[in-house]
Design a protein around this ligand. Sequence first.
Ligand code: NAD
Length: 530
Amino acid sequence: MDTEKDSSNEEEAEPAAAAAPPADAEPESRPEPGPVEPATQPTPLAEVADIVARAAEAQAEWAERPVAERADIVAQVKRRLLGRAAEIGLLLHQECGKPVEEAVLSEVLPSADVVDYWTESIEELLEPRPVELSSFAYPRKHGVILRAPRGVVALIAPWNFPLAIPWRSLVPALCAGNAVVLKPSELAPRAGALLLSLFEGLLPDGLVGLVQGGAEAGAALARAAVDLVVFTGSTRAGREVAQICAERLVPCSLELGGKDAAIVLRDCRIERTARGIAWAAFNNAGQSCCSVERVYVEKAIAERFLARLVAVTKELRARLDVGTMPSAAQKRTVAGLLAETVEAGAEVLVGGAPDGDDPYFPPTIVKVAAPDCPLLRDEIFGPVLPVLVVADEDEAVAQANASRCALTTSIWTRRTGHGRDLARALRAGVVTVNNHGFTAALPAAPWTGAGESGSGVTNSPHALEALTRPRFVLVDRSWASRELWWYPYTGALGAIAFALARLRGGAGFFGRIVAFFRLLGALIQRALGR
Ligand code: NAD
């Protein structure tokens, strides 16, 4: 029963806007920088197979260890991770352009939660599950489902969360008894190297391997003798990886692009909605799979909401609140989508494409006139937010569902019960009411999509469906010299089969009574060896 209070009719005053810091203010403190790992060179492709072979060898021994022992070993990495928070924050800032505090908040701290979650729950999650068997049909037989590790897991990772994203598959993969070979993005090779260095001396040699390089290195790793590929990245590259896996008949888990919508209903809390959407659109400079890339706002509130969204966006400080874009090519893509949409009649309310080579793209809000513009159609992956005014909630839901991607969607409303009901009408893998995107940081909550956002699941026990495979073990303690269904196939066995079919629903009441007596007779015949 929904016990949540429906507050649709509440007349609530908007809280006063939080005072914005002055535009030129520095954050009060910065973490002290520590030593940063040296840049790493691409791995020669000819070496990839050896790295995977070493991982496979180490995995065979690792999988034999008790689950609790593996969890205890992996748990030790948390201290190292948190102890190097400042160094990691600085490295992610240098390599990926994100503000240091954002890097620590969105990558380091959630990764510590990931270690706690998996090392504390893995024993229970991998416990053998008994299977109920009918003692009449299968006397003295007992079945159990074990979860076996896949073997060597290839992790092909994107650059935008170069620590947090591979980490949330690496930790459960290791706890479940797998080896892992990581291929970080060519845009974040130092983050990848640092990540694996945190495990140095904790794990058996070779159990975690590193392959550096770009698309060719990723493809070489997927083609090597790995047993599962966990790929996070663009839909285009995900398709190519899926083809390699299909060819090799190994499973792959795909976490792909996003085109997240925010549905702003007429009864939303304007201040919270404007601030929440500005954060969700512009943190990491809009370069998150779950960045808000489309806003559908009900006409009744559109003007007030847009005024506040623009005001909140103007408060954001270059490089301190909104980071930079490390890929010049991606910056050009974003500028191109913006230019095409403006040409089609959209209005830039704040921001706009920067001139020249500056990697800083100002946060930009665009009021679009029609749903079929490039900014509403394609993944932007940059700090540009198109807003479409819609007539009502039904139109907003239809527009949100019209995308090829379906990762996360948010609904902004005071009627939280209504928001939760509306979640059922959305295609997204994650729906949030009055918040957006942050649930990727919750290790107990599944992170997943549909359509061109892929179908992989990270976080939560559901992630183990890819990282392990079920192994069914049946033990038979029967003393009979043969089973009913073994040879010889006789007339009595046929009679048993047909009587059972009738008894189990293939005949009416009287037919079942007749079948019952036939079954008894046939069982006696069979027991006599006929
Ligand atoms: P990308 O697809 O360019 O690269 C991702 C990784 O795949 C990199 O390591 C890259 O070297 C490798 N790669 C590229 N082509 C390959 C190929 N043909 N074969 C094998 N490997 C290949 O993506 P990116 O720019 O690093 O990341 C941005 C994209 O990732 C965006 O589309 C974003 O939405 C998506 N993403 C999705 C999620 C999610 O959870 N769904 C999370 C983060 C990022």
